[in-house]
Design a protein around this ligand. Structure first.
Ligand code: AMP
Length: 212
């Protein structure tokens, strides 16, 4: 009996729920492309590209970058993959993005990682990111460390400051929560409890993905 696996996946959930960690682990397990709009935007900002310059003030303040910019980034990426499967992390974040995505890709399953707000804030304050490879750590679990396994230095994300965290949560509630209902109405939404260790959540995500 073959496993029932989907290959066009969206990962939703509040900031800090573990979307990036889980989505990149799932992409390795299933041999599909990991696409994070946040990573693409941060990389453009770091390189000072026109997209980076256009996005910077939104990312710095915890607001959403205009839909047309992120939709173009995702569309170009997916169209360049010639049918390979993918998992989207951090996209779509608005109803308009979800509707645009629907025009160029058929999403098979949407995993929604749920986490109470108190836990979200605790996780974001302990989050560190490798400035070289983008790997994510949490000092509450790993203890204070300054370098990644790849040798890169670990830094706090610029938008993981308390006032920006508050803005990102407000933006999430107001603009992204409706996206959950959009996919629920289409019958593709599956909830994953985000409490527990990375491995616990990973096991839950796999079982939700592989069930029929
Ligand atoms: P993330 O790494 O997913 O938490 O994204 C970091 C920041 O990038 C967000 O707070 C937004 O400013 C911006 N961003 C990422 N994805 C999107 C998106 N789909 N739509 C608009 N802005 C986005």
């Amino acid at each position: 009996m073959g496993r029932f696996v989907r290959s066009r996946i969206v990962m939703l959930g509040p900031p800090g729920a573990g979307k990036g960690t889980q989505a990149s682990a799932l992409s390795e397990r299933y041999g599909i492309e990991y696409i994070s709009t946040g990573d693409v935007l941060r990389s453009n900002i770091a390189r000072g590209t026109p997209d980076g310059l256009a996005a910077k003030r939104y990312v710095d303040s915890g607001e959403l970058v205009p839909d047309d910019l992120v939709v173009r980034i995702v569309r170009e990426h997916i169209e360049g993959m010639k049918g390979k499967g993918f998992i989207l992390d951090g996209f779509p974040r608005t109803l308009a993005q979800a509707e645009s995505l629907n025009e160029f890709a058929e999403i098979e399953v949407v995993l929604n990682i749920t986490l109470p707000e108190s836990e979200v804030v605790a996780r974001l304050s302990g989050r560190r990111i490798c400035s070289a490879c983008g790997r994510i750590y949490n000092i509450h679990h790993t203890g204070e460390r300054s370098t990644c396994e790849c040798g890169g230095s670990l830094v706090r994300r610029g938008d993981d400051r308390p006032e920006v965290i508050r803005q990102r949560l407000e933006t999430y509630e107001r603009r992204t929560r409706p996206v959950i209902e959009y996919y629920r109405a289409r019958g593709v939404l599956r909830e994953v409890d985000g409490i527990g260790s990375i491995d616990d959540v990973f096991r839950r995500a796999i079982s939700r993905l592989e069930e029929e």
